[in-house]
Design a protein around this ligand. Sequence first.
Ligand code: PLP
Length: 453
Amino acid sequence: MNMQANTGNLKQLDKSHHLHPFTDFKDYATNGGRVFSRAEHIYIYTGDGHKMLDGMSGLWCCNLGYSQQGIVDAVTEQMQQLPYYNNFFQCSNQPAIELASALVEVTPDSFNHVFFTNSGSEANDTNLRLVSRYYQLQGRPEKKLIISRKNAYHGSTIAAACLGGMGPMHEQTNGIDYVHHIEQPHWFEVGPDEDPDEFGLRVARLLEQKIDELGEANVAAFIAEPVQGAGGVIIPPDTYWPEIQRICNERDILLIADEVICGFGRTGEYWGSETYGIEPDLMTFAKAVTNGYQPLGGVMVGDKVADVLLSHEGEFAHGLTYSGHPAAAAAGLATLRILREGNIIADTAANIAPHFQARLRELEDHGIVGQVRGRGMFAAVELVRDKASREPLAAESAGALFCRNSANDLGLMVRQTGNAMIIAPPLICDKGEIDSLVDMLGQALDVTAKHYG
Ligand code: PLP
């Protein structure tokens, strides 16, 4: 199809009929958006010829960029061999079996089982089902409260939205009543007057206080992203996770690490849990497991939970038509093979991530930048009007939205959360490409500073 010729028509059809996620429907129906037609390496192209460096790896998922022929071939071959069969009722398929084993290979030793879903949201729903089954089988059904964190993102199904801690999602959802939230370890926003390490300990201990308040006998689990991604790449102080781990070890609750963004190398190790020394009982994954080329998510189930689930009879009454879809599993297997054979996670952590972080830190000298924070291959740049008071650049995130739009116009795809610019480029960027990214972001900051100056 000649995309160029059809772009005008497509944009019109898009505005007329297509409801987009996390989008102002009314605004989109009037103004529309960008229609992408192709992608190559780390670049995405609209039908009308605008080239953009993808500084967000799609939605934090195309960690290996857009030209991984090995994944395309694996999916194509699988579609020709067995395009679909389900994994219900004593059935299985080769790619799902092999991907389960491959995932066990790349997770900590205590993980030997996986339950497949199509997305991170469904995987977090699955976590809730697994956790309640775990306690019910042990005759402790009253242990059903879940503790999560403010500003967390755990997905968009009803349960996942309730697990998350984002205000607008709660306002638009008739929630479930067994999820409770504690403060996030966002030093820049929540604790700027405190020593970061003291702050980390203080907010971690809010978990202990919440367990006491709700009653340990009633609390089932704590769920958290090793680094809150969509919330604004919230890098926890070094003291935070060891204290959370201590509390989870001492108290009778399960720890769920949502690795949907952090997993598969984003933080510098395979899992964010490794980077932060976390020992979770359950791990949620999705996104980069297939490099975003196929919808696939799942839960890695640790032995503590699996031992209980596997030692009781009776069906686990949960599953999805496409759990362990052969084509998605083939994409996952190919992705894991490329990561392994290219030694990509370790190489990126050693060579590209330090350059990325160092170049971004240079932006801290910019007049409207209050903080640059990041780890591995993701980062946030906070925009302020006044560095000392940390007053945001403009009300209602307008400054960061303006900066994001400026970056987009300059040819850089980045994202905005609150007053921060968010950057999570593919792991396969080279140093020159990182330089281009940071240069474009710097130009967008200049345009923004001038606008608000
Ligand atoms: N968990 C985290 C940490 C996420 O960032 C996301 C999506 O961004 C999800 C869960 C939901 O994943 P999905 O969009 O695949 O449902």
